[in-house]
Design a protein around this ligand. Sequence first.
Ligand code: NAD
Length: 248
Amino acid sequence: MSSIPSLNQDRPSGKAQPRKIVVLSGSGISAESGLPTFRDAKGLWNTYSWQELASPAGWQRHPEAVLAFYNERRAKAWQAQPNAAHRAIASLEGAYEVVVVTQNVDALHERAGSSHVVHLHGELACVRGSAGASPRRYRIDGDPIAMGQLCEDGTQLRPDIVWFGEAVQHFDDAEMHVATAARVLVVGTSLTVYPAASLLQYASRDAEKVLVALDMEEVPHGYTFLQGKAGEIVPTLAARWLAEAGAT
Ligand code: NAD
């Protein structure tokens, strides 16, 4: 497996806190729960392109189609159950401070019991007003939304999802958490979506850094690549880390 140099080998790293684990997850961690990954997801909708359904321009052109697309994704995500990898990550809270920074828009980490989840790309389970810099947000869990359902400011409710061309959420927080982790576990992401993928470079030089995926073209410098299914590898890794903390 080839290795590429980290962009920040000389970047001063944060002070790692010994009991802090940061998990960076992507769509692959939810694959074993039955949710398609990003590449598979292109097949979910046949009439419009993925970009048309996940962009401000697409929302302007055909909001009904966008709402229908996300209603379907929300319903499927709500029917899905957390898998062994989500549960193993939640179990680490028995001995560590755990922050999950996820690109995923499902709620499977929370539903598995993780208490500190940072969603970079928004959440299917939430909607927000469609105007203004700080719109009100509402939690709707698995329910659909329809045209005509309005925010208190009178604007149409839209999915609380970061679309193409919109800024990711909570990035500074995520960067701080990665920089102060003693262990960084990257699971189920191809590291092709930015800026989320750039978070890896903020990990402390001394941190234990592990990457779990089915495949990975280039393994970032300093990361140990464990190739295989998250549902098989993550529970074993979590058991080891819990044992090292004297929690088993
Ligand atoms: P990606 O599709 O680009 O990459 C998926 C990665 O997961 C690949 O590296 C693959 O090897 C790995 N993978 C697949 N099945 C796996 C398994 N069982 N165990 C371990 N690894 C597995 O996904 P990405 O990097 O997350 O980027 C895609 C974008 O799509 C993100 O922005 C995300 O918001 C969005 N998305 C989210 C969901 C979700 O919330 N569940 C679903 C689809 C897409």
